[in-house]
Design a binder for this molecule. Structure first.
Ligand code: SAM
Length: 286
């Protein structure tokens, strides 16, 4: 079996196939075995685990997943990578390759058809140009997954793990932490990829919460408050919320809500915890 984490093997495949990396599809392929080991161990994959991989590329991570998991469905957008992937992994009979855009395909249907509706784990070295849309698409659509073990830009991982009152804390932090508990698995330097990206990366696991961390009367309303508070980061909470068309209250009414929640009107959104956002939204939206 070819070791797809070997730079020499990847270069040979490139020469044989004439494949050209697409920058616009975020194609930086992993060539670091220690990272693969950490992703398998950190995601808790074993022979009973069903996995969906997003963006398998030439199959470096897929190969490890097929060796360790029960069944793997790999979704790759690039039709020129698919035949190479099929050839590289032809010996595995627990792999299904789907040539599609993960943002457009019906993940629930794939889980029902391929895994009989059983819970799965999602694992990916994500294309960085659409990291946040993919994460939010999966979390918001409440796909039946236990966790997402993902390689992302280090800076995005820091935003996801940020604490209130820090520069990295924002709407992404609040949203991701509402649906999941983030866990850092490892940091990864640019030299672990071919071609080398300009940025450093991190592998994190987003372990899906069984229960939300806050009690909400209206989930959509909660996210409207979060968006409004961070939409105008420099503004006080009072101004940010009362200027937002998504919040159906006058300035006086917003002031009453904030006072009722024991929150100083001059605070900024970036200082609020998930509980603070919940208290505010529960007073505005029923
Ligand atoms: N998993 C491989 C590895 O670790 O070597 C490749 C990772 S590379 C960072 C990202 C992969 O995602 C590429 O193969 C790219 O073609 C694919 N991709 C990009 N956008 C995608 C999308 N919307 N849906 C599915 N795959 C996508």
């Amino acid at each position: 079996m070819k070791n797809l984490a070997s730079p020499k093997v990847i270069k040979e495949i490139l020469e044989e196939s004439g494949f050209k990396f697409s920058k616009s599809l975020g194609q930086n392929f992993l060539i670091d075995e220690s990272v693969l080991d950490k992703m398998i161990a950190g995601s808790g994959i074993d022979e009973n685990t069903n996995v969906i991989e997003i963006g398998p590329g030439f199959g470096t991570l897929t190969q490890r997943l097929c060796m360790n998991a029960k069944k793997v469905v790999a979704i790759e957008i690039d039709s020129t990578a698919v035949p190479i992937l099929e050839k590289n992994l032809e010996e595995f009979n627990n792999l299904k390759i789907i040539n599609d855009d993960v943002l457009k395909c019906d993940l629930e249907k794939i889980i029902a058809e391929e895994f009989g509706g059983e819970n799965i784990k999602i694992v990916a070295n994500l294309p960085y140009y659409i990291t946040t849309p993919i994460i939010m698409h999966i979390l918001e659509s409440r796909v039946k997954t236990d966790s997402l073990c993902i390689m992302i830009q280090k800076e995005v991982a820091q935003r996801i793990a940020a604490k209130p009152s820090t520069k990295d804390y924002g709407a992404l932090t609040v949203a991701v932490n509402y649906y999941s508990t983030p866990r850092l698995i490892c940091n990864v330097p640019p030299s672990s990829f071919i071609p080398m990206p300009k940025v450093s990366s991190s592998v994190i696991s987003l372990d899906i919460r069984k229960e939300p961390p806050v009690t909400l009367k209206n989930e959509k309303g909660y996210f409207k408050v979060v968006k409004a508070a961070f939409g105008q980061r420099r503004k006080t909470l009072l101004n940010a919320l009362s200027n937002s068309s998504a919040i159906p209250l006058s300035k006086d009414e917003v002031l009453k809500v904030l006072t009722g929640c024991g929150i100083d009107e001059k605070r900024r959104g970036e200082t609020l915890s998930l509980e603070d956002f919940a208290n505010i939204s529960n007073m505005i939206f029923s």
